[in-house]
Design a protein around this ligand. Structure first.
Ligand code: ADP
Ligand code: ASP
Ligand code: MG
Length: 468
């Protein structure tokens, strides 16, 4: 088989884990499979890079050296455990030291300028994968396998310049990846590619969005026309809910692209929301599986849905870090274009709307957005809309969470919504907003964040999702 294998931050968190990853990769490669590898940053590193960049912007220079020293130490420890050959250790250490010294300069630059643009933020965020991939490459080389290390840019992933959420230019990217990686893979060489990061047409570093290594993997899978893309992670597969919330959550053996995408969009963090786009067009199966239990087949995602006729609800997700923005105004009633104005302002300011609900009276509309964008949403809406006779008030609630209930067979099944809402009511919890997508694949609603976990548990229980 020809495979792309992606290892998330949780699978490359320590030197020991990286060694295990190299074991898994070389074992499959030795059985006559052709393998290309995609790796994420070591667990927690991307967050710490972004945090430090934000601090540097506030001119807190004293953090920079402490941070880079700690980062160097973390990666040196991983090198020492993951790689046994002294020569390879030395080679990877040199790359690591050079990369961290570059990072230190970038952070110092941000500090002096006092400005962190989306472009420089992507540049800083890219260092996580630039540091992890050489260690994985070294560990595979240590197993005497033939391997070569690439950044996303070197591999040929070219995106637009929408820093932070860049989109690949698929035709050009496919051409370059085939040219650069294709012959190597065919020869049995294992390319190790940094996930998450790419470059725009001017060669400037971009990232494809948080959790984006999954996306890198499927982009590579399509370009190399593999048999399957395997996403290795710390859970057995996609589950009926986050196992960190409900310990009896059950692994779903099979999902359609559409179901899995819906779950990913609605917070089943096991997958980047746009990752299934390229593979679903080409019908390339994706398997989510656990590095902790490598014999477990995991969740297989293909074209076909796999719902039992009776199974209306398949999974439930909790989406945190969101906020609800409410736009009110009697002037919105019967005023054509008033919703459009709101969307236009938010769109132009790069505020993505995750959920919308409006009252039939039209005097109110509520939207769910990412919590870190509340300030931007409120200020831009206020500047653009208030005092013009249509909108009289714009408010936000940022102590909320979204609960999304999903399943392909919810379509046309009567009574699902009433069961969901009765369950929430019986738990004594108030619902702030409701939306059902016209796809009928999910019903989503907003509750206070403090109630989110209880609601997910109650729904998981009501629909007996732990039972196959
Ligand atoms: P990786 O580092 O491998 O990319 P992520 O943290 O991005 O891992 O995704 C895996 C995590 O997603 C799991 O540890 C789990 O807590 C969380 N998760 C949330 N919802 C689900 C779900 N429905 N099924 C599986 N995992 C989920
Ligand atoms: N390291 C990146 C992140 O934390 C990409 C990934 O892990 O998939 O978002
Ligand atoms: Mg992830």
């Amino acid at each position: 088989m020809k495979l792309v294998m992606k290892f998330g931050g949780t699978s490359v968190g320590t030197g020991e884990n990286i060694r295990h990853v190299a074991d898994v990769v070389t074992e499959y490669a030795s059985k006559d499979n052709k393998v290309a590898v995609v790796v994420s940053a070591l667990a927690g590193v991307t967050n710490s890079l972004i945090e430090t960049a934000c601090q540097a912007k506030k001119s807190e220079a004293n953090h920079i050296e402490t941070f880079t020293k700690k980062l160097l130490h973390k990666h040196q420890e991983a090198i020492a455990t993951a790689i046994t050959s002294k020569a390879i250790q030395k080679e990877v250490t040199q790359i690591t030291e050079k990369t961290i010294s570059e990072l230190e300069k970038v952070l110092t630059g941000i500090c002096y300028v006092g400005e962190l643009t989306p472009k420089s933020k992507d540049y800083v965020a890219s260092f996580g994968e630039r540091l992890s991939a050489p260690i994985v490459w070294g560990a595979i080389k240590d197993h005497k396998a033939e391997t070569q290390c690439f950044t996303g840019k070197e591999a040929g992933i070219v995106t637009d310049s929408n820093f932070g959420e860049a989109e690949p230019l698929m035709n050009f990217t496919t051409h370059l990846i085939r040219e650069r990686l294709g012959p190597l893979v065919d020869k049995g060489v294992i390319p190790v590619v940094t996930g998450f990061i790419a470059a725009d047409q001017d060669g400037i570093v971009t990232t494809v969005g948080r959790g984006g290594s999954d996306y890198t993997a499927t982009i590579l899978g399509v370009a190399l026309q593999v048999d399957e893309v395997w996403i290795w992670t710390d859970v057995d597969g996609i589950m009926t809910t986050d196992p960190k919330i409900v310990s009896s959550a059950r692994m779903l053996p099979q999902l359609s692209y559409q179901e899995a995408a819906e779950m990913a969009i609605f917070g089943a963090k096991a997958m980047h929301p746009r990752a299934l786009g390229p593979v679903s067009k080409e019908n390339i199966p994706v398997r989510i599986r656990s590095t902790l239990h490598p014999d477990n087949p995991g969740t297989l995602i293909t074209k076909e849905p796999y719902a039992k006729a009776t199974e209306a609800v398949k999974a439930v997700a909790l989406i945190k870090d969101v906020a609800m923005v409410n736009v009110n105004g009697a002037g919105m009633v019967g005023a054509p274009g008033s919703y459009a104005k709101v969307f236009d302002v938010l769109g132009k300011n790069n505020v993505n709307i995750m959920m919308i609900s409006t009252a039939i009276s039209e005097a109110n509309m509520s939207m769910v957005i990412r919590r870190n964008l509340v300030g931007r949403a409120l200020s831009t809406l206020e500047i653009a809309l208030l005092g013009r006779g249509v909108v009289t008030e714009v408010t936000a609630e940022d102590d909320v969470a979204v609960v999304a209930v999903m399943g392909a067979n919810m379509k046309g099944t009567r009574g699902v919504a009433s069961r969901i809402f009765a369950t929430v009511a019986n738990a004594g919890i108030n619902i702030r907003m409701i939306a059902q997508g016209s796809s009928e694949l999910n019903i989503s609603f907003v509750v206070k964040e403090k109630d989110g976990t209880a609601v997910v548990r109650a729904i998981h229980d009501e629909f007996q999702l732990d039972k196959a």
